[in-house]
Design a protein around this ligand. Structure first.
Ligand code: ATP
Length: 371
């Protein structure tokens, strides 16, 4: 997490516009397969050198977006720019883009060295130059001593390193990564996430990464694009997506949250006061205006729920589950179920009546139709 935080910029695109061109621009891109829409008008600017992640549930259009940037698909309408050039109708080999897939697709009969050198030989790069570039990328990916082996003699993690070296050796301006760690076990995936951050920093290539794993997106990305049903729901730095989700969908998809029904009392200057019945009155950020009396949804992260025993209360603790250093409490409050993440010292036994206090700058209020 620290690594990712160090290099994050609050507005990478603005920075890129000042100094260099954009790596990728999508302008109003739509794409349907047999009349079923996969993308419904996606516009996106990716800054040069940025690590941006497309995050969303299965079928939301992440891979289609990647394939349009790579040139494996053409949009029905809209335009795709890479490094300032309109490439909408250019084939993949005319784009300064390379892709790493979840399936490494290494040539089984070739050595690791020859797998990595393959594209350069095909492009008729001089032999000495091939040698230099392949060795440099093997060192970068920390596989310098594996050059003579065959892919079947490597672990999954090592094979993925080879796939990355093979893509980076072509020196693309943009590297597309489609769930590249999906086949690895949890521990290896965590280690490779850090590796990918390091490699990204060292090579300075723009990375566009696809995942449905919100934790992975939070750990690695400069910015996250949250997609849902062929559209972008929110684009922002990880902290912004987590702390101020634009819609109830984003609030629920990125991290755990409570979505509680309430009635707006007042909304002014981007803040709303909401009556939550037995849970009292709460104040939160409101991106879109709501009127007094409107039915609304309030998003509160479990770590922003304070719980204190109160014999007067009708809110009852249903479950208390140990999660490492914290306790996850589930409470029944009228028609709602509310979760809280509290320190062990604040643990409360199931069956206890409690008062619940929703606090902090991350409380968000949405009109019911935004759900
Ligand atoms: P996943 O995480 O499961 O890979 P995704 O977010 O990458 O999902 P896409 O693969 O982009 O989603 O698919 C978006 C929509 O387009 C889905 O409804 C999918 O079924 C459909 N789709 C994608 N490719 C094709 C195709 N070649 N033919 C028909 N429908 C397709």
């Amino acid at each position: 997490m620290m690594n990712a935080l160090e290099s994050r910029s609050s507005d990478p695109v603005e920075k890129a516009n000042l100094s260099t061109s954009l790596a990728v621009r999508l302008e109003g891109v739509t794409k349907s397969y047999d009349a079923v829409p996969a993308l419904k008008g996606v516009s996106l600017d990716v800054a040069d050198g940025e690590f941006i992640t497309l995050l969303g549930p299965s079928g939301c259009g992440k891979t289609t977006t990647l394939r349009l940037i790579g040139g494996f698909e053409r949009p029905d309408s809209g335009a795709v720019y890479v490094a300032g050039k309109n490439v909408t109708y250019e084939p993949p080999f005319r784009r300064p883009v390379n892709t790493v897939f979840q399936q490494y697709a290494l040539f089984p009969h070739l050595s690791i060295y020859n797998n990595i050198a393959y594209g350069l030989r095909h492009a008729r790069v001089p032999k000495a130059e091939i040698h230099r570039r392949v060795n440099q990328k093997m060192a970068l990916m920390e596989i310098a001593d594996l050059g003579d082996r065959k892919p079947s003699q490597l672990s999954g993690g090592q094979q993925q390193r080879v796939a990355l070296a093979r893509a980076l050796v072509m020196e693309p301006k943009v590297l597309l990564l489609d769930e590249p760690l999906g086949a690895l076990d949890y521990k290896l995936r965590k280690a490779m996430q850090l590796e990918l951050r390091r490699v990204h920093r060292e090579v300075g290539v723009t990375f566009i990464y696809v995942t449905h794993d919100q934790e992975e997106a939070m750990t690695m990305s400069d910015r996250i694009v949250v997609m849902n049903q062929g559209r972008i729901e929110q684009l922002g730095v990880p902290e912004e997506i987590y702390d101020n989700p634009a819609t109830p969908f984003v609030a629920g998809f990125v991290g755990d949250t409570n979505l509680v029904n309430g009635v707006a009392r007042e909304c002014r200057a981007g803040r709303a006061t909401v009556d939550l019945g037995v849970m009292g009155v709460v104040e939160g950020v409101c991106r879109y205006e709501v009127d007094a009396g409107d039915q609304v949804l309030v998003s509160v992260r479990p770590e922003d729920v304070r719980v204190t025993p109160s014999s007067e209360s009708s809110i009852i603790v249903r479950d208390a589950m140990l999660i490492g250093s914290s306790i996850h409490l589930t409470m029944v409050a009228g028609d709602s179920t509310v979760s809280a993440l509290v320190p062990r010292s604040a643990a409360v036994l199931p069956g206890t009546p409690v008062a619940v206090n929703l606090v902090g700058p991350r409380v968000c209020v949405y009109a019911r139709e935004q759900a």
